[in-house]
Design a protein around this ligand. Sequence first.
Ligand code: ADP
Ligand code: MG
Length: 272
Amino acid sequence: MTTLNIAEAGRTERTSTAELRQALPLVTVRDLEVAYDAHTVLDGVDLDLFPGEMVALLGASGSGKSTLMRSLTGFAPISSGTVRVAGHDVTNLRRGELRTLRSHVGQVFQQFNLIPRLSVLTNVLTGALHGAGPVNLVGGFTSAHRRRALELLDRVGIAHKATTPARALSGGQQQRVAIARALMQQPRVILADEPVASLDPKLADSVLELLRQIASEDGIPVLVSLHVLPLALAHSDRIVGLRHGEMIIADATSRLDAAALAPLYEERGAGR
Ligand SMILES: Nc1ncnc2c1ncn2[C@@H]1O[C@H](COP(=O)(O)OP(=O)(O)O)[C@@H](O)[C@H]1O
Ligand SMILES: [Mg+2]
């Protein structure tokens, strides 16, 4: 499959943003409409995510950021448009394909969503369960899985916490575990929904830098929703912005500033 080969290529060597943009996108959304009952939540959204780029998703609360992410993994009621993710046609999934799709998408959440009483290592290992069906948590992992999980913990800087229960870690450390767990899936795409909203500013910077490094080193597109503009401006290659379900901003971060992003937070009907 062409898209997968390009993702592999992005893993082996660091490539400039311009070169990456010539690759095929791993995510393509066209004219997406999502509605809950009669309430249209996303309206005519277009989005491409290319290998290796960190894309910040901005918008006021309720603008549709989480819904857009959910629509990429088949969790939102799509009423029209097309959504393609890592070779899957999300609007038209074949039988059994949903699990494969979700195994290709690593997810990181505001509340980390770790299993508190289990060790850091076991939490990372659960990332290998995606697409595998029910597995015995204690006996179901191979030594290759364990080796890989430890390598990932080393990469995110907390290998020394491998045997500690997840609940004993700080928020910043827990989010690093969650990122390692997402990487354990060998994802084609990473979606991070407000991943630093529960962290203090310094930890927020370091977690976002880690995600950006993963994007560029592994050739994985990372879509990250944020509500703090300076964080988006400091830690993304591109910014897309939703207002009331419409994508009104989509540009390179280097071409944007706080003033250019201000319309995202204007009330409906406010002129500009
Ligand atoms: N499961 C749902 N059922 C009904 N309405 C929903 C559901 N999920 C989200 N919405 C509505 O969709 C809109 C966008 O929500 P959301 O995507 O969570 O926005 P954001 O993440 O930008 O805060 C909101 O008006 C919200 O109430
Ligand atoms: Mg949200």
